[in-house]
Design a protein around this ligand. Structure first.
Ligand code: KG4
Ligand code: ZN
Length: 341
């Protein structure tokens, strides 16, 4: 059975990126516009929620216009509007949601709410309109979702069927990168700063703990974060210079060890065919190298531009909802709709 063709306008404002994109059939990216607020939040060392909402209000209209313009389309050419429903910062989500509802009501087009983490999963299906398509992921698959708010292992036996095997019990992987970067005096966001510092450090200089959480598919990263903090405190108490690069590389290796080992073990246990790694932390070079070299199964990791937040992933995921069911603007709210909250 062939699926209907649909061009979807996606909108994403869950955190500190205002993004809009046009994607057709869940795969082909016609435009993908992202306005990052990173510079604005950097001086606070993290996302300042009220500032984020205000910036979304300023950016949302031109960003949506740019997404249509770059796709050489008008709103009339679009079959449905998709928007991130959650999880995310409520004040930020509301901006994207209201824009999407406004467009849907004015144009009488269907509106589709997408869970942000579901969007990250579907980033693995996407490719630019001017590139040749890669093989889409095959089910059953396991998705490792690692972002600023999540570290989840999700089993998918088919489209839109999500079984969350486990997730972080405390800090998410990205959150741990951000917090450790801050305590090492590195800039926000922490993931790229730690990655950069690690390049000239030794990953075996410090033996930070690996919480394997045996018998569960859960993660815990607060122990490794605290261990870095204690090490920094004791080095400072001895008035020693902090070996920032070694601390960063040893921390990164500890996190990557846990992510790779648990993901590969879960893939074996659940006998999946393929693995998706997605979310902001999937941009991490060491994580990418390690999982690609250690897995005996095909691994799908989006290109760097699709690892961090974007709206193409929201428009992409929405297509798979669209072919099943579209929603009325009255039905959706700023709440995640399914278990991955
Ligand atoms: O998916 P994302 O853009 O936003 C959320 O949904 O949270 O993920 C952001 C997270 C941040 O914690 C950031 O430090 C982390 O992804 N990140 C990285 C890298 N690039 C971004 N972590 C490790 N290595 C990277 N290269
Ligand atoms: Zn994200």
């Amino acid at each position: 059975m062939s699926l209907p063709t649909a061009r979807i306008l996606g909108i994403e404002t869950s955190c500190d990126e205002t993004a809009a994109s046009v994607v057709s059939d869940g795969r082909v990216i016609h435009s993908n516009v992202v306005a990052s607020q990173i510079d604005l939040h950097a001086e606070y060392g993290g996302v300042f929620p009220e500032l984020a909402s205000r910036e979304h209000v300023k950016a949302i209209y031109p960003i949506v216009e740019q997404a249509l313009h770059q796709a050489h389309l008008t709103i009339q050419d679009i079959d449905a509007i998709a928007v991130t429903q959650g999880p995310g910062l409520a004040g930020s989500l509301v901006v994207g949601m209201n824009m999407a509802k406004g467009i849907a009501l004015a144009t009488r087009k269907p509106l589709i709410g997408v869970n942000h983490m579901e969007g990250h999963i579907y980033s693995a299906w996407l490719y630019p309109a001017n590139a040749s398509p890669h093989q889409p992921p095959n089910f059953p698959l396991l998705a490792l979702l690692v972002s600023g708010g999540h570290s989840d292992l999700v089993l998918m036996k088919d489209h839109l069927q999500y079984e969350r095997l486990g997730g972080t019990l405390d800090d998410a992987a990205g959150e741990a990168f951000d917090k450790v970067a801050r305590l090492l005096g590195l800039s926000y966001p922490g993931g790229p700063s730690i990655q950069k510092a690690s390049l000239s450090g030794s990953s075996t200089a410090f033996a930070f703990p690996r919480a394997m959480m045996e018998g569960t598919w859960d993660f815990s990263f607060s122990g490794v974060k605290t261990s870095v903090l204690r090490t920094v405190e004791s080095l400072q108490a001895e008035a020693k210079n902090l070996p920032i690069e070694d601390l960063a590389a040893s921390f990164q290796e500890a996190v990557v060890d846990v992510l790779v080992e648990k993901t590969l073990f879960a893939a074996d246990t659940h006998q999946v065919r393929e693995i998706i790694v997605a979310g902001g932390v999937s941009a991490n070079k060491r994580l990418r190298e390690r999982i690609l070299s250690q897995s005996k199964r095909p691994i799908h990791i989006p290109p760097l531009s699709l690892c961090t937040d974007n709206a193409a992933m929201i428009a992409g995921a929405a297509y798979f909802h669209f072919v099943h069911k579209a929603f009325s603007p009255h039905d959706i709210d700023v709440l995640p709709t399914w278990p991955l909250s």
